[in-house]
Design a protein. Structure first.
Length: 390
């Protein structure tokens, strides 16, 4: 999944015509072999303590009580967790419940790679939630999400009825209610394995497995970036100016208060007049994105010069800036500076590849020891992980 381009799957004009604007359905856009299977799901449910709401069952828009499909277990340390009861789980699912598993990308590497592919294209954090259904009963009713979603059908079939919007670009914490859902769908779609569907936030939709077959799909939610987020970042940049750190003259005369506000307005206008402002914001957000940090055990002190040791970045949004005398990498909240020769080592990693030290050394014309030292800096900064089986 590392080299999959979700933007390309959704069409060459997706970024310009559909992103944040309208839904898009592309049948057979993605080869889903190896992304997620029912056996994978069984293993995750059996091997992890997935407390609600991480794993939950829903039917007709209501979340079922956890006691209906789990058994409470008290530990020696006087904590209680809910052990999944397979027979009761099967019964609830037969009765029309849908199973939802949040942040499954943290539990299953192939889904993490899918999310990273989307992050690399769309430059925002992505979380994958998994949904399984067996009946025509809707798990969540007609609803809208406060973030854009990319849906990939993994097995079986799922019917999606899309109703349009009543409030453009709603937020999780909004000042207005979006009102009642429309009654007539603008699209009635059935997704089959490999189909990809993009749904912008605020679009009302209803989903059910009414095609006479089970359904397994993953929904990749995209973090929003709004003007309020930009202004929060801009306000941090303004802290370099004394007049933006000074206490507000709340008790001063009206003319003094007016002068203070005028000074703030002029300083803010200077920043907003910068035509590169959004590009700078995006680069800053990309460099701060921690990604999916992974330890590099057993290598807790140094990365050995093992030519077969493999390395990859822990974030899909690293920013590589190549200057005449220095190469700068911003990744996972850290900034690294290297000599120009490091570009050949860093480029394949930034592109999302997992590469062994020998291949990186050959590409860059460096010794494996030198590459291992460079990688050690990235591991220490949580921007990379190493292992034999990555």
């Amino acid at each position: 999944m590392t080299h999959t381009s979700i933007a390309a799957c959704l069409g060459e004009d997706f970024l310009a015509q559909a992103l944040h604007r309208e839904y898009r359905h592309v049948p057979g856009a993605l080869d889903v072999a190896g992304i997620m299977t029912w056996d994978d799901l069984n293993q995750i449910l059996a091997a992890h303590r997935l407390e609600p709401p991480r794993m939950r069952l829903s039917r007709d828009g209501e979340t079922l009580l956890v006691g209906g499909y789990t058994t409470p277990v008290a530990t020696r340390r006087h904590t209680v967790w809910h052990r999944l009861h397979p027979a009761e789980l099967h019964a609830r699912l037969q009765e029309g419940a849908s199973l939802a598993l949040d942040s499954v990308d943290e539990l299953h590497p192939p889904l993490a790679r899918l999310c990273e592919a989307i992050e690399r294209d769309l430059r925002t954090r992505v979380q994958a939630n998994l949904y399984a259904s067996w009946t025509s009963t809707e798990g969540f009713g007609v609803h809208w999400d406060d973030h854009d979603t990319v849906i990939v059908q993994l097995d079986g079939a799922k019917r999606w009825r899309i109703y349009g919007t009543t409030r453009p670009f709603p937020l999780y914490r909004d000042i207005e209610d979006p009102g009642e859902a429309p009654t007539e769908p603008v699209a009635d779609l059935v997704l089959w394995p490999g189909d990809v569907l993009y749904v912008p936030r605020g679009v009302w939709h209803a989903v059910c497995a009414d095609q006479g077959t089970r359904s397994l799909h993953v929904t990749c939610g995209l973090q929003t970036h709004t003007a309020t987020d930009l202004m929060a970042w801009v306000s941090e940049q303004l802290l370099t100016h004394e007049d933006w750190r000074r206490d507000l003259p709340l008790l001063a005369a009206p003319d003094v208060q007016a002068d203070a506000v005028d000074g703030m307005r002029k300083r803010l206008a200077e920043l907003l007049d910068d035509p590169t402002l959004l590009a700078r914001y995006r680069a800053a957000m990309d460099g701060q994105a921690v990604g999916r940090m992974v330890p590099s055990l057993p290598y807790i002190d140094t990365v050995p010069a093992d030519p077969h040791l493999r390395v990859r970045l822990t974030t899909a949004r690293a920013v590589l800036d190549v200057g005449e005398d220095v190469v700068t990498l911003s990744a996972a909240g850290s900034t690294f500076e290297f000599a120009p020769a490091a570009e050949a080592v860093l480029r394949p990693l930034v592109d999302g590849r997992t590469v062994d030290l020998a291949a990186l050394a050959e590409t860059a014309g460096l010794d494996v020891e030198d590459v291992a030292g460079l990688v050690q800096e990235l591991v220490a900064g949580q921007a990379a992980t190493v292992g034999s089986l990555l």
